[in-house]
Design a protein. Structure first.
Length: 346
């Protein structure tokens, strides 16, 4: 029995989706949202689950790189799968935030920051290089999905983590805040470019239910994490003359990002109803469903921090509801993951 089981496990490693770290992203942000709302027991429970996910996935990715390098690097030139590698950056960054916020382990958070930055530096350019230079150019309706917005998500994850750990580093604060603000703007520009292509694809190309995969939820998640990154910078403005000088810009961009995130959340719920209720497309677990959990948790967390940063207490009515939607969606997707693994190994 060990032989077939090992073969099945290796098959799972070989076919592992680059976006699998989406489960670490989703678990991390739901945990942080629970922490921000004072629900510490749930936040800690998800934190320990996330440590297990993080370690297992790094082992899977390293095994896949060592045993199946052609598959690992081949995915980078795949328009639909390649951007998924950037979930490694955001997942690592959110686990680092959990270490800092839940345990006060800023030393671990700093170490994970450098790991996330190294992975970001490799994939943010290597992936685009592979996509730009490959001869296999699919039509836009097959080649683009919400995973492309992980370029924005990965940038903003580094901005948020940098703001959290900056007081526990030897960095020059003015230089660090300038670079973090530049990275914040880079993420915003990448969003503007990619979301234009996605809306073009949705408006001008036929949309079958199977084509509307859960990665399109990153349309909302990317602007939600942009809101959180902007809020973190706004809240640190009193410590930096540079941030003070760009504070109106940060407030305007942050509010715009929150508003667009709210619009996308409603639109995606409507599209989900069309896909599953009107067109009766079945729910079948794929790693992409973590891309649906992530925006729920991120919209909850970013609204809390946006409320603090802009001084608008009435916004707190939103996370009070969305935290339950986030936890329920996490539980359903985690159950789907367990069922998928059980069936695959059997």
């Amino acid at each position: 029995m060990g032989g077939p089981l090992t073969a099945r496990a290796l098959a799972l490693v070989r076919s592992a989706a680059p976006a699998n770290f989406g489960m670490v992203m989703a678990t991390g942000i739901v945990s942080i949202a629970l922490h921000l709302l004072g629900m510490e027991a749930g936040a800690l429970a998800l934190f320990y689950v996330n440590i297990g996910m993080f370690c297992c996935l790094w082992a899977v990715y390293i095994l896949r790189l060592g045993l199946y390098p052609r598959d690992f690097f081949g995915d980078m030139a795949d328009h639909a799968r390649g951007p998924g590698y950037l979930t490694m950056v955001a997942g690592t960054g959110l686990l680092a935030n959990q270490c800092a916020l839940l345990l006060g382990r800023y030393d671990l958070a700093c170490g994970l920051f450098w790991l996330a930055l190294a992975v970001w530096c490799f994939f943010i350019w290597a992936d685009f290089l592979a996509l730009f230079t490959t001869d296999r150019k699919p039509p836009i309706e097959k080649g683009i999905n919400g995973a492309w917005l992980l370029n924005t998500v990965s940038c903003q994850a580094l901005v948020i983590l940098g703001c959290v750990i900056i007081d526990h580093t030897s960095w020059d604060h003015e230089t660090a805040f300038l670079l973090l603000t530049a990275l914040f703007g880079t993420g915003f520009m990448l969003y503007a470019i990619v979301i234009t292509l996605i809306v073009y694809r949705l408006c001008y190309k036929p949309l079958a239910p199977e084509a509307l995969d859960p990665t399109f939820w990153v349309n909302a998640g990317a602007v939600a994490i942009t809101t959180l990154a902007g809020s973190e910078l706004i809240l640190r403005a009193g410590e930096s003359p540079f941030l003070q000088s760009v504070l109106p810009f940060l407030k305007g961009m942050t509010l715009m990002a929150w508003g667009f995130a709210a619009w996308w959340v409603v639109m995606l719920f409507i599209l989900g109803f069309w896909r599953h209720a009107a067109r009766r497309f079945p729910f079948v677990y794929t790693p992409g469903y973590w891309s649906m959990v992530f925006p729920m948790g991120m919209f909850t967390a970013c609204t809390i921090m946006c409320s603090k940063a802009l001084g608008v207490a009435s916004l707190m009515a939103v996370p009070g509801l969305f935290i339950y939607v986030s936890v329920l969606s996490w539980l359903c997707t985690f159950w789907g993951l367990g069922r998928f693994l059980w069936r695959s190994l059997r």
